[in-house]
Write a protein that binds this ligand. Sequence first.
Ligand code: NAD
Length: 294
Amino acid sequence: MTIAFLGLGNMGGPMAANLVKAGERVVGYDPVPAAREVATSNGIVGAGSIAAAVTGADVVITMLPSGAHVLECYREVVPVVAPGALFLDCSTIDVADARDAAALAVKAGHHAVDAPVSGGVVGAEAATLTFMIGGPEAAVQRAEPILQAMGARLVPCGDSGAGQAAKICNNMILGISMIAVSEAFALGQSLGLSDQALFDVASTASGQCWALTTNCPVPGPVPTSPANRDYAGGFASGLMLKDLRLAQSAADAGDVPAALGRKAAELYGVFVQEDGPGRDFSAIVTSLRGDRND
Ligand code: NAD
């Protein structure tokens, strides 16, 4: 089996490397020469173009920045690959784009699965990603052994687009809950409550959630949270903003009010303008508390 891997960036690079470690033949393409160089040093066969990468491929995996990139790629690749190929898109994109991309592939006699991930770069490197999977059962079954080489948990969510839907719904919860936790730390501080005292109560009471107990936005209570290293690493604010905007556009298309999701997207939009897209999304607490001093 030959796997073509398009998009060898922060996530795609290590994911493709894990397929090689699992014994697969992987031909990769990325327009950035440095990304191709790293990939070839990890055993991926470098290709000079999309067409060269996908010729003769049984499986085409995409890990690209946006739905526009994925659709553009599918338009180029779908006619070139022999019918019956499996298209696996692991990018985080709009649900409607995911369904359009899958339809393009299926119409030409291919199989298509959307399988966005959570777990970040660390999970991509360690092959511990969670895949949220959408697509017809037969295609999903064919995708599973390939995804297992790159991840630790596969969650079938339904038909085409369902993986993307699950991802953006989850991340809408996450964005809103991080803001809720951060506002509580802001209010606690103004009331003279220490961060530790608030944590000790809320982390074992009804306020507990992942944003508090694992990714605690203030330094101290959870030593492993990004707050303790000036918000380096973790899940970047720019990616959170992207996912909240995807959730918003899906909510708008479906006439779902999602008022808190909308507000979260707005607050992250302001925060990314102030702070840049790179730090962990829990850094929003510094803006909500007004204690940015960098
Ligand atoms: P990235 O920007 O590091 O990588 C994307 C790569 O795609 C780039 O190297 C770019 O050159 C390449 N590319 C662009 N157009 C291409 C084309 N036509 N053919 C081949 N390659 C092309 O981004 P990333 O962090 O690897 O994220 C990829 C996807 O995964 C995004 O959709 C992102 O939302 C999602 N994601 C990222 C994370 C994370 O923590 N980084 C976590 C979960 C999901």
